[in-house]
Ligand binder design. Structure first.
Ligand code: K7E
Ligand code: CUA
Ligand code: CA
Length: 610
């Protein structure tokens, strides 16, 4: 039964990926190593011992930060329990907290209440997270959001011009995060002012952002599209994969070329070009020309057509491009890139291995002990392989090549996208746990209707074998994640806001009226708001500012105004505000929505509109 199900899904996946690539299927089948990992049945009966390891009242060892895909949010999970700890509203509306309702969040969202969060990455100090910020991109509305790790809330959102399909985001890893980069997966006219421009003249742009100021430093204009992004461990390069060097606008056009590129951007040269004034201004930002033959800012390394993920090994030595439509990964030696930039070697000469992985390799992560683990979409597997073995095998004559680099293959359920190991995007990758973020759950959980939950799986990677220990059902859509050691985050997370970071923090409740503009200032202190009633006139433009004066950890207050569609929550010492027009005469109760006190239900006041 389960075998049939796997087959069915496999063919489903193939039908899409194989459009125009019949080669891929037969090639992959021929070389596939069978039966290395446990069967589905074995995996399903593996003891789920990790959840027992984190007993009630015990804390997890890792924070997982998840991008929530087209839910527009970021999530915090605890690992290894896989407990769902928090949802951070980013590009969505959340009536639970009032994000998208308050003036503070509206000022950042600028009327755009939906988003598609793909990649979340932290700020670094010398190759390890510093616990200061998380950054996440919005593929839908082309924005980057920054989350402060002390409050675990968004503090800035940057709209990026000149691009569409903002994909692949990565932060500078050394010496510390000053820049971050993001890509444009869709090529468009730049500037986007002439809709009849032929696609052959569309461009992509690699965007560099100042992490502290949250401003665009510059964009590097490219012919290619850019998919996933990575940075090295030396603060020298950003790297991306491109699957549409053809500038195609249909699937078959995007598969037209025999190869595509891994692109590398040279940061020192970019800095110098900016200093020398080589940029033009487009859409209010500095744009440098990175197109082939136009500058020395970029290099292009040919990889098998239509690659996907790019990930750098924790020792900083290799960038691994996952093949997607090719059954291989391409391993690039980062210490050879400078020679390519200087013209000493050809771009292809920095490729040190191209090991067979499986059908549809998408993303690669690392265990810190020399092994890579790649998610394989069509096969529905996680494939563990040894990087050095793959490099050694590459040197063998063609007929002697074997798949000895493959250490283990684990069936996952099903159609995996991203995978991530603990601390794997840092120098301190520790090879303890792996999560597999699967796009289909099929009949793995109770049937909840046509739109089913997705599935995240937790895998023990401490031994040679990949050992599945837990399934979690998850809400739309577990996209990508990073898994951060608890001690890094724990020391920065706060229990209360700094009250005076908000310029309008209320210390004394009261009402200010200037003509039709009314400001209602409220303290919230369990179980009372600072005022019992507010008198308004129909047509008043009312701003309510609420500051929570309870400093007790976890004691939040809500402010909800009946029939006025207003609802938000303030954490200890936090201030939020809303503005509305008092257009309905009558008596309206405002009340606390967040259970805060034995007299929580009594925590209410009247707005009287005459
Ligand atoms: Cu592979 Cu946006 Cu990370 Cu989707 S990209 S899986
Ligand atoms: Cu304040 Cu409930
Ligand atoms: Ca292509």
């Amino acid at each position: 039964m389960s075998l049939d199900r796997r087959k069915f899904l496999k063919y489903l996946g193939m039908a899409g990926a194989a459009a125009g690539t019949s080669l891929l299927v037969s090639e992959g089948m021929k070389t596939k190593e069978k039966g290395v990992g446990p069967t589905v049945a074995e995996a399903q009966t593996a003891p789920q011992k990790h959840s027992a390891d984190v007993k009630p009242g015990e804390l997890d060892s890792y924070y997982g930060f998840w991008s929530g895909g087209h839910s527009g949010e970021v999530r915090i999970l605890g690992l290894p329990s896989m407990r769902d700890l928090k949802r951070i509203s980013v590009f969505n509306m959340d009536v639970g907290t009032g994000y998208g309702i308050t003036n503070e969040s509206k000022a950042m969202l600028k009327g755009k209440f939906c988003g598609d969060t793909h990649h979340v990455h932290g700020s670094y100090n010398n190759g390890v997270y510093d616990g200061k910020y998380l950054f996440v991109n919005d593929k839908l509305n082309n924005r980057v959001a920054r989350i402060r790790c002390d409050y675990m809330e968004v503090d800035k959102i940057l709209d990026v011009p000149n691009i569409q399909g903002m994909h692949g985001l990565f932060t500078q890893r050394a010496p510390k995060t000053e820049w971050l980069v993001c890509n444009s997966e869709f090529q468009i006219p730049v500037p986007n002012s002439n809709p009849s421009q032929p696609p052959a003249q569309y461009n992509g742009a690699h965007t560099i952002i100042d992490a502290e100021k949250m401003e665009v430093v510059c964009q590097v204009l490219m012919d290619e599209n850019m998919d996933l992004a990575a940075t090295d461990y030396g603060g020298r390069y950003s790297m991306t994969t491109s699957y549409n060097i053809e500038k195609g606008v249909t699937v078959s056009e995007m598969l037209g070329s025999d190869y595509d590129y891994m692109l590398v951007f040279h940061w020192d040269r970019i800095k110098k070009a900016l200093k020398d004034g080589k940029h033009t201004m487009i859409g209010g930002v500095k744009v440098l020309d990175g197109r082939a033959g136009k500058s020395d800012l970029t290099i292009r390394i040919k990889v098998p057509k239509n690659p996907h993920g790019i990930n750098v090994s924790p020792d900083g030595k290799y960038a691994v491009c996952s093949g997607k439509v090719a059954p291989t990964c391409t391993v690039v030696a980062i210490d050879k890139l400078e020679d390519v930039f200087n013209g000493k070697i050809k771009p292809e000469d920095c490729i040190v291995a191209q090991p067979f992985i499986g059908l549809g390799p998408l993303h690669t992560t690392f265990d810190g002990r020399g092994n890579a683990i790649t998610s394989v979409f069509i096969d529905s597997t996680n494939v563990k392989w040894n990087v050095q073995k793959a490099i050694d095998n590459e040197k063998l004559p063609e007929e002697k090549k074997k798949n000895t680099h493959i250490v283990d293959v684990l069936d996952v359920n099903y159609q995996v996208g991203h995978i991530m190991a603990t601390m794997a995007e840092t120098k301190e990758a520790d090879g303890k746990w792996l999560v597999s973020l699967n796009k289909f759950s099929k009949d793995r959980f109770l049937n909840v209707g046509p739109l089913k939950n997705e599935c995240e799986q937790l895998i023990d990677i401490t031994g040679d074998k990949l050992k599945l220990v837990h399934d979690s059902a998850t809400y739309i859509e577990p996209h990508d994640c990073i898994i951060v050691r608890r001690d890094i985050i724990e020391k920065v997370v706060k229990d209360r806001f700094n009250m005076f970071e908000h310029p309008q923090a209320v210390t004394k409740s009261g009402v200010d009226r200037k003509g039709k503009k009314v400001t209602v200032k409220l303290t919230a202190n369990a179980p009372v708001f600072g005022l019992q009633e507010v008198q308004l006139k129909k047509g008043d433009e009312v701003t309510v500012i609420v500051t929570n004066h309870d400093e007790i950890s976890d004691l939040g207050h809500g402010f909800a105004l009946s029939n006025y569609n207003i609802n938000f929550v303030v954490a200890p010492f936090q201030t939020k505000s809303v503005t509305f027009t008092a257009d309905k005469p009558g008596v309206y109760w405002a009340y606390c929505t967040n259970f805060c006190h034995a007299l929580h239900l009594e925590m209410r006041m009247r707005f009287i509109v005459t």
